[in-house]
Design a protein around this ligand. Structure first.
Ligand SMILES: *Cc1c(COP(=O)(O)O)cnc(C)c1O
Length: 491
């Protein structure tokens, strides 16, 4: 028995031999010697393991050995393929953390390329040649946009307010709490002790910031008197959190931001709002009523406001703090500010995004274009898809859908839209959805009623041709449906 196994082992080529074959030498040219050696070693040891487990006969082993070079080639191709890739978002949810939130505008992408390609004046004042600070690439522009969007004179906002940029809104909120309230108490309504997603829980962030939580009111109702009763000499801050991913309906009550700010002023306690959305467009013009936006908060007298750069602002991932000049100065002096700062690429993209708003080119920002596109236009595009897919093995039909803004912005608000429902006679909706995810340009879509629905609101119009062509090719008549193969993540 032992000798049988030994015989199998002896049939395996040695690593050195394998590396001298023509196929493997070709791979060394394509990749690198180290990578090919590693892949070859791994393939050999996998087969050795199979022999040890008694999984091979002489015939099956011969087959495996013949396949060795091809397997190594495939393995290498997988290993050098970036795991982070572009996908088509056909879910109808504009902002999703798992799909990278806001796509950037062409201007922002160009600006990133320009700044990344060489050196840049990130921290140099070109007028004086002296050291500048990186936030100046955004702070004034942020205030300009907020002022112009709210009809406040730019000069008057600049007098009172300043802005600072950090890694994300979670970091901005943490920094604000740590700077303003470490060692003291923070009053929060029980209706706002929320989890935003991805493990961002207000009570935990607060504790980590070194502040002590004073919760007031109830889940559904909190009044100014509740805040008043919680005041102590140790009160440092009143925190308000935007309910970005849930709604409370029915017997509810909470003070408006304005009422809270007035109360804070009378009690000499600053108010900090974790606003989140970063929205500077008029949502009611898109049919979304009654949602609070970043603009209203930012021009209020709240001491500080935090917002996300990659939600409805439609820019790069970052967190933006605006507020009283004195408070923003304190934030900038906090050593944690240095730890949470953003890089030049973020400023490049943020500037380009803000400049689009400043010059009224909102629709050049993809997330805003998706918000504004009319359902009629989406329907027209769906018709073109259905027509083009007639020549494929897919059955396509138009259905009405409801798109969502998503991403912790406007919970529950929907946008009427249209989608193309795709069905395939031979495969289930789940298999079809998986096939779409495995295309070279993966398409992410919802399944519904035996099919997969592509909501075209969240597909950029400029991608339509590409999406249609890739569906036509993957589902061409006579083309065998490839078995689903896993998308392995590069190690
Ligand atoms: C989304 C959101 C956050 C977290 O923002 P990130 O930029 O993802 O860190 C915090 N607070 C509120 C209210 C939010 O909506």
């Amino acid at each position: 028995m032992h000798t049988e196994v030994d015989k199998l082992y002896r049939k395996l080529p040695q690593l050195g031999e394998l590396l001298h074959t023509r196929e493997i030498r070709e791979l060394v040219e394509l990749y690198s010697r180290e990578l090919v050696v590693d892949a070859a070693r791994e393939s050999l040891s996998r087969i050795r393991q199979e022999i040890r487990m008694g999984q091979h006969t002489e015939a099956s082993l011969n087959g495996s050995v013949a396949q060795l070079a091809e397997n190594i080639r495939e393995e290498l191709a997988q290993r050098v393929r970036p795991s982070l890739r572009r996908v088509i978002n056909a879910t109808g949810v504009i902002l999703q953390t798992n799909l990278g939130r806001a796509p950037l505008s062409e201007d922002a992408i160009r600006q990133i390329g320009d700044v990344a390609r060489g050196f840049c004046n990130l921290e140099m004042d070109l007028d004086t040649g002296e050291r500048g600070f990186r936030d100046r690439h955004a702070d004034s522009l942020i205030l300009d946009v907020l002022a112009l969007r709210s009809g406040v004179a730019v000069g008057s906002l600049h007098e009172r307010r300043a802005a600072a940029v950090v890694n994300n809104c979670a970091a901005a909120t943490f920094l604000a709490l740590n700077t303003l309230a470490e060692g003291g108490e923070v009053i929060v309504s029980r209706g706002e002790l929320v989890e935003i997603g991805g493990g961002f829980r207000i009570p935990e962030i607060l504790r980590k910031s070194g502040a002590i939580l004073r919760e007031v009111g109830t889940t559904n109702r909190t009044r100014i008197e509740d805040y008043a009763a919680a005041l102590t000499p140790d009160t440092r801050l009143i925190l308000r959190v935007h309910r970005s991913n849930f709604r409370i309906e029915g017997f509810t009550q909470r003070p408006t931001l304005q009422e809270l700010i007035q109360f804070g002023q009378s009690a000499s306690v600053p108010v900090f709002e974790d606003q989140g959305t970063g929205c500077v467009v008029a949502l009611d013009e898109c049919g979304i009523a009654g949602e609070s936006t970043w603009i209203t908060s930012a021009i209020s007298d709240a001491a500080l406001i935090s917002a996300s750069g990659d939600k409805l602002l439609g820019g790069p991932q970052c967190g933006i703090l605006t507020g009283d000049r004195a408070f923003v100065e304190r934030i900038r002096k906090n050593p944690l500010f240095r730890a949470l700062r953003v890089d030049k690429l973020t400023y490049a993209a943020l500037q380009a995004t803000l400049l689009a708003y400043l010059t009224g080119r909102d629709e050049s920002i993809p997330a805003i274009a998706m918000l504004l596109i009319s359902a009629d236009r989406v329907r027209q595009r769906c018709e073109a898809y259905v027509e083009a897919l007639k020549s494929s093995t897919l059955r396509a039909e138009i259905i009405a859908t409801s798109s969502l803004v998503g991403g912790g912005t406007t919970p529950g608000a929907t946008l009427p839209s249209f989608g193309v429902r795709l069905r395939h006679e031979e495969i289930s909706e789940g298999t079809l959805a998986a096939r779409l995810r495995q295309l070279d340009l993966p398409i992410i879509a919802r399944t519904s009623e035996g099919g997969v629905v592509l909501d075209l609101r969240t597909v950029a119009e400029t991608d339509d041709q590409l999406v249609v062509a890739s569906l036509q090719s993957a589902f061409a008549p006579g083309r065998a449906l490839e078995p689903a193969q896993g998308n392995r993540v590069a190690r």
